[in-house]
Every structure is written in structure tokens, then in C-alpha cells.
Design a protein around this ligand. Structure first.
Ligand SMILES: Nc1ncnc2c1ncn2[C@@H]1O[C@H](COP(=O)(O)OP(=O)(O)OP(=O)(O)O)[C@@H](O)[C@H]1O
Length: 243
């Protein structure tokens, strides 16, 4: 994927979440956002995915120039897959129905095609045996895997993952991280925010350190984790890598 983000500002009332942020990415499969809580990772992810619009500045993702036009943004959003930190499955529907419903209602597939795509996605992630279960009957890791299956069932252009493992225990985290790694290896473009530094290092082509609404450092993981240049990034890494 390719990104051209220029001087983007996003405010929520008196809070400036993104503060003239610029980011240029010529080519990468997986871009990972790291940084302190409240630094702007989720906001950047939401702006790049077309879920929010910037107040100022310009955003281009691949060939899509994002503009504040509701219909154009909706069409753009439909090409992307999303998963957030809290499980966002419909609680009263089976895993299978959680996948077929948006394929029918959002993507306009007829029921038989939606079912075929859902079965493919469930099979791909080893979830067929859980297809008839409700979310409450699945572990947190399995729920996130269903969420990812749903997000990739229609082959999205970019998959956006906002702290997909933050609500999971370590074993379930590993399960979900392995799946994300498999997707990346299969060629899926991914932008994700995470607090898992080991995973960021393993899966990212490029890591952006986001703090106070700006990109403080943007480099391949071996460089950023091996020898961070900005003082903020050094301090952040020395704090989070200590434990
Ligand atoms: N919908 C919103 N309404 C008001 N303020 C918001 C909203 N979304 C984000 N903010 C504020 O914008 C700033 C950036 O938040 P953001 O969620 O992007 O940070 P983050 O780096 O993803 O944090 P975390 O790691 O804790 O998820 C914070 O000060 C936050 O409180």
C-alpha cells in the first residue's frame, strides 16, 4: 500500500488528537502504529480508514484521495476491513451469521454467495467447528478471529486493526497475532495499532511512533527498535520494554 498524509489536524472539541501530522509511505505490506496512550494512534487509523475526516490537511491511501463527501467516504470504507479492540460481534447471532450479514447488507452479495464467502473465511481460520456458536460461547481469542474472518471475507483492500489483542490474555493474544501474521504473509495490506512491541517488530515493514498527534519517528522495525532517534521514542520504548 501507499500513503500520502500531509499536515493533517483532527480536533475533538478542545482536544487536538492529530496535530499537523504528515506521513509518506511509498510501499509496505504492514504498517504498525505504536506510541503512548492518547497519542493519536486510533484517530490516525480512523482517518486513514475513512471512518473520520480530517479537519485540515490531505489524505491519500493508494489511489483514493479521501474527501469529506459522505457518499465517496462510504464507498471507500466498504473496500476496507476493520477490527477494533473490543469484540464487536452481534451477540445474538452465530459466528457464521455475523459474517454473512455484512456481506449481504453492506456488500450486496446474495445470501448463497455470502454463505460461500463466510464458509471460506471460517475454514481459512480454523473456525468451521464454531460456525453455529454465539459469540458468548466462544473464547475472546476465537471471537477476535471471527471478527478478523468477517473483516477479510470480502478481500478488503486494506485491513485496519485497532489494538486487536488488548482485551485478550497472553495465549489468546498469540492466537490472534499468528493469524494476523498469516494474513500479512498471504499478501493482505494491514495497518494496525498495538501495544505488543514484540509483535510490531516481527510483523511490521514500517513502524510509526505516534505521540502528541504527530509522527515522531517512522522507520523499519529493526532500526526503530534497535536505535530509536527521537528522545520521546527512546523514553517510550525503554519504559514499555522494561517489563
Ligand atoms: N471521539 C472522541 N471524542 C473526544 N476526544 C477524543 C475522541 N477520540 C479520541 N479523542 C482524544 O484524542 C486524543 C487521541 O486519542 P486516540 O484514541 O487517537 O489515542 P491512542 O494513541 O489511540 O490511545 P490508546 O493507545 O489509549 O488507544 C486523546 O486525547 C483522546 O482523548
Amino acid at each position: 500500500m501507499k500513503l500520502e498524509v500531509d499536515r493533517v489536524t483532527k480536533r475533538y472539541g478542545a482536544t487536538t488528537a492529530l496535530d499537523g501530522l504528515s506521513l509518506h509511505l511509498a510501499s509496505a505490506r504492514v504498517m504498525v502504529l505504536i506510541g503512548p496512550s492518547g497519542g493519536g494512534k486510533s484517530t490516525l487509523l480512523r482517518v486513514l480508514g475513512g471512518l473520520e475526516t480530517a479537519d485540515e490537511g490531505t489524505v491519500q491511501v493508494n489511489d483514493h484521495r479521501l474527501i469529506a463527501d459522505p457518499a465517496a467516504l462510504q464507498a471507500y470504507r466498504r473496500q476496507n476491513g476493520f477490527l477494533f479492540q473490543q469484540f464487536n460481534l452481534f451477540p445474538h447471532m452465530s459466528a457464521r451469521r455475523n459474517i454473512t450479514l455484512p456481506l449481504e447488507k453492506v456488500h450486496g452479495h446474495p445470501p448463497d454467495k455470502a454463505l460461500q464467502l463466510a464458509e471460506q473465511a471460517l475454514g481459512r481460520f480454523g473456525l468451521l467447528e464454531h460456525a453455529d456458536k454465539l459469540p458468548a460461547q466462544l473464547s475472546g481469542g476465537q471471537q477476535q478471529r471471527v471478527g478478523i474472518a468477517r473483516a477479510v471475507a470480502f478481500s478488503p483492500e486494506v485491513l485496519f486493526l485497532d489494538e486487536p489483542t488488548s482485551a485478550l490474555d497472553p495465549e489468546m493474544t498469540a492466537e490472534v497475532l499468528e493469524l494476523i501474521q498469516e494474513l500479512a504473509e498471504a499478501g493482505q495490506d494491514i495497518i494496525l495499532s498495538t501495544h505488543e512491541m514484540g509483535f510490531a517488530r516481527a510483523v511490521a515493514d514500517q513502524v510509526a511512533f505516534v505521540a502528541a498527534g504527530k509522527i515522531e519517528e517512522f522507520r523499519p522495525p529493526a532500526e526503530l527498535f534497535g536505535a530509536p532517534e527521537s528522545a520521546l521514542c527512546q523514553r517510550f520504548l525503554s519504559r514499555v520494554m522494561r517489563y
